[in-house]
Every structure is written in C-alpha cells, then in structure tokens.
Design a protein around this ligand. Structure first.
Ligand code: BES
Ligand code: MN
Ligand code: ZN
Length: 495
C-alpha cells in the first residue's frame, strides 16, 4: 500500500527502487530518460526492442546495484488524442501492478510526458496518482496482504508546489474510495443498517462532519412510509443517517446528497433468483459514496454547505414483510402502490429526497443509487446513466465525470416518463414495466424532488467490477462515484 507521495525534479541521484517512463503510442523517441546511466541504457534498449505504447503495456528491465535490483519500467499510455482521465488512471494502475509484481517498495514516475494531453495538468496528475493508489487494493475477510509498493515520487520539471494540492486531494479521495470498497465488499451480515450507521459515524468523526443516525422511532415520526415498508421484513432495524458539513454558514450554496443504503437486497417477497443474489450486499454503494463525498468536502474545506442523507435498510422477505399490492404513504403525503418489492430503492430514496427538499430547501439534490438492472443492460458496467430536471446540473455532472475519469451519460427523462409512474389506485406506482426501467426508476425519485434542481446517478453497473473493469479495480466493489461527487461538489463550490 502506498503510504507516501513526493514531488521532485528530474536529475539528482536515484533514491527509488524503480523508475517509470510513460509514453504514448506511436512515439518515435523516449520522452524522458532517467538520470542514472545504466537505467537510461536499459530504457533505450527496451524501447529499441519494440514497444507499441498500447495503454497498459509494461516492460521491465532490472539492473543490479549494490546487491539490489533497480527496475526500469516502460509504460504505454495508448493514443494521446484519445486519452482521458480514466485511461491515464488505467495505465498508472498497470504500472503499479507491474511494480508490485517485482516487489518494488518505491518508484519514481516521470509525469511530464503524461501531461502532454488535452486535459488540465491537475486532472492528469490526479488520475495518475489515483490509478497507482488504488491498484494495490485487495479485500478479504480476515487479514489482508499489503501490496509491496509504499513510496511514489512524481518526477516533473514543474515547480513541486504546482502539484501539492493535487497530491493531497488524490490521497484523500483515493483513501475514501478504498473505505467505500471495504464497506461495499463487506458481507451483509456484518454491514447491516446499524453497521452502516456506526461506520458512517466513525468516518465522519475523522473528517469533521456531524453525523446522526435515526432509528425506527424517528423514521416513524418523520412518516417515512417507504423506508419503513422496505425495512419491515428484516430483523435489522432501519437507520436514517443524517450528515452535515458547514451548516452554520447560511450564505453558502447548499447541496443535499442522497445515497441508496440497502445493505442487502433479496428482492423481498418479489424474491430475486439465487445466481447473483450474493452480489446484492453491494446495494448500499450509493450510500457509501455519499458518506465518503461529504467527508472529502470537509477535509478539503470546500466553500459549500453539504447534507448527506442515507436511508439504510435490509430488503428481506418474511411474515412481516411488505407485499406487492400494498399502498404506502410516503413522508411527503403522496401515496405509492407497490407492484414489486424488488423496486425498493426508489421507495427509500423518494422519502429521503422529499425530506431533503422539505426540510433543507437545498439549491440542488443529487441522489446516487444502485437502482436498476436496466442501467447495466443499457450502458454496461463502465458508464453510469444520469438524469434529472435541471439541464445545467446534468451538464455539470458530465463535466465532473470527465475530470474524474468516472464516465456518466444522460438519459432522457421528460413528461412521457413521469406519466408512466402515475398510479391507478394510488398517486404513483413503483414499477412501470421493463421498458426504459432506469428512466422510470429515476422518474419515481424525481417526482419527490418536485421543483428542486435534482440529478440522479444510477451506479448499478460501475459500482461493481465483474472482471471487465480498469486495471486499478479488483473484482467486486469499485468505489465509483466518490471522485465523481467530489468533482461535482467542487464545481458547485466554484473551486
Ligand atoms: N438493487 C437492484 C438493482 C441492481 C441490479 C443493482 C443489478 C445492481 C445490479 C434494484 O433494487 C432492483 O432490484 N431493481 C429491479 C427493479 C425492477 C424489479 C423494477 C431491476 O432493475 O431489475
Ligand atoms: Mn431490488
Ligand atoms: Zn436494490
């Protein structure tokens, strides 16, 4: 695990066990050479032997120095014109994996060759560090083996202070992404609603965010019929986690984040087939991302007020469970007929979004949720559909996705789709057929945002890596959404 990051100029004696030279595809000469003569020769020889520069391509040569191996790594960045933040992080992750493969404890990476792309330099440096910091992650219940790479130096001719804020931010965000991965990978018998609330309290305390977790009583008092109905089939008591940052600064813009916190989604009475049910421990990934995002805001000191709300429940079948056909009265007073107990996310989000709107009167609401299987069918596991009622905020979310390397894509949510969630015996229904299910799912949440500017991010695909993810993700939880939200919030803060 990487514990220290420094920034230094090229030249001077080599103190690291490895040097990384990144280059784009089709380059005719090496863009940088290590000051060390033997390593420079090794680099030239590796390059001459044929190196395509394909993204993630790595070649290593090692030289013996004082009975220790020093490594030279050529790293392919792929096509310069096509390189986005996600591609750069992906290449950097491959470098870290290769360095861990030769058990290097420290490495210097030449940054200047990477900076030569159509992205702000800070975003490039951030992506490079994020890829390296996340690549060594692994999860197992019990003891974990730490990856060997511990120290990274960014080598650049730019003044070190140009990157000091980026280094701090990359460490912070990557650390929080790792926390989210741990929470989401944790089995549902450990990460219960109570466990989620306790973990949130702990993380918030570390970052200076106030955190309160309501229990069933308070949720009842608020009249959150959606949260209560989904929770009632489980022996685990629900929680409603309320986190606040900067709320005493009334002049600053206010953003409410709402995250889906279903610690296990069996489908309830509308039970899911068994094949992938175990992966439904990840149904609180949106909730975890919102906790991490508000913690990042506080640690970065963003000039913004942020409230994060996570309705936290376990969706289980049982004698006490809610059923298809039930009509729920939500906290806003609107009623919803339940067609399937497996469309539970929109029910708990509807209550949380309505509460956010009525209680805080925010400038913007952003909800993030593993909401629909249809999102995975539509866009796969690398891109999250977004939608909402405020075009400028949707554009801002797209920009955040590009900068963070966490891509999102807008789906059309208009009256046609709001019409589809209108109910027959109640105001609304929680299911509107298979067609356009990510949009009708979003629409039911959007109904409760009413006129408050609102963006919905469906992370059912990218929150979980089933094997096809970038190099800096292992199988399982990805922590997708944290960097995206932080970027979006930085934009709202005008930072
Ligand atoms: N948590 C699931 C969505 C999901 C599916 C997340 C796959 C991650 C991977 C959600 O609660 C759900 O069950 N959605 C259903 C709704 C349907 C029954 C209306 C879906 O999209 O299939
Ligand atoms: Mn479900
Ligand atoms: Zn769910």
């Amino acid at each position: 695990m990487i514990r220290s990051i420094s920034v230094r100029t090229p030249g001077g004696p080599l103190r690291e066990e490895a040097v990384v030279i990144p280059l784009f595809a089709g380059e005719r000469a090496l863009p940088a050479l290590p000051s060390d003569r033997a390593l420079a020769d090794a680099a030239t020889a590796l390059f001459a032997a044929g190196f395509s520069g394909r993204r993630g391509e790595t070649r290593i040569a090692s030289v013996l120095r004082d009975k220790k191996l020093i490594h030279l790594l050529l790293l392919g960045l792929g096509r310069r014109e096509a390189a986005g933040a996600e591609d750069i992080a992906d290449a950097a992750g491959s470098a870290a994996a290769a360095l861990n493969g030769v058990r290097a404890a420290s490495a210097a990476i030449h940054l200047d060759p990477v900076l030569d792309v159509a992205l702000p330099e800070g975003d490039v440096a951030h992506a490079t560090l994020k890829g390296m910091l996340l690549a060594g992650y692994s999860f197992s219940v019990g003891k974990r083996t730490a990856a060997p790479l511990r120290r990274v130096s960014l080598v650049t001719s730019r003044p070190a202070r140009a990157f000091s804020a980026v280094v701090r931010r990359a460490r912070l965000v990557s650390g929080l992404i790792i926390d989210v991965r741990d929470w989401v990978n944790a089995p549902a018998n450990r990460m219960t609603p109570g466990g989620f609330a306790a973990s949130s309290r702990e993380l918030c305390a570390r970052h200076g965010v106030t955190c309160r977790a309501w229990g069933r009583r308070e949720i009842e008092k608020a009249g959150m019929g959606g949260v209560l109905a989904v929770a009632v089939g489980s022996r685990e008591e629900p929680r409603f986690v309320v986190m606040q940052y900067n709320m005493d600064k009334a002049k600053l813009p206010l953003v409410c984040l709402v995250g889906k916190g279903v610690t296990f989604d069996s489908g309830g009475i509308s039970i899911k087939p068994w094949e992938k049910m175990h992966e439904m421990k990840s149904d609180m990934a949106g909730g975890a991302a919102t906790v991490a995002a508000i913690c990042a805001c506080a640690s970065l000191g963003l000039p913004l007020r942020v409230v994060a709300l996570v309705p936290c429940v376990e969706n289980m079948p049982g004698g006490a469970a809610f059923r298809p056909g039930d009509v729920l009265t939500m906290c806003s007073g609107k009623t919803v007929e339940v067609y399937t107990t497996d469309a539970e996310g929109r029910l708990i989000l509807a209550d949380a979004v309505a509460y956010a709107r009525a209680h805080y009167r925010p400038d913007t609401i952003v909800d993030i949720a593993t909401l629909t299987g249809g999102a995975v069918i539509a866009l796969g596991t690398r891109v999250a559909p977004i939608m909402g009622n405020a075009p400028a905020r949707i554009d801002a979310m797209r920009a955040a996705g590009l900068a963070a390397g966490e891509p999102v894509w807008p789906l059309p949510l208009d009256e046609r789709f709001f019409d589809l969630v209108k109910g027959e015996i109640a105001d609304y229904k929680n299911h509107a057929g298979r067609g356009a299910s990510p949009i009708t799912g979003g629409a039911l949440v959007g109904v409760f945002a009413e006129s408050t500017p609102w963006v919905h991010v469906d992370i059912a695909g990218p929150s979980w890596n089933d094997g096809g993810g970038p190099s800096y993700q292992t199988r399982g939880a990805t922590g997708y959404g944290v960097d995206l939200l932080v970027r979006f919030l930085e934009g709202m803060a005008g930072a």
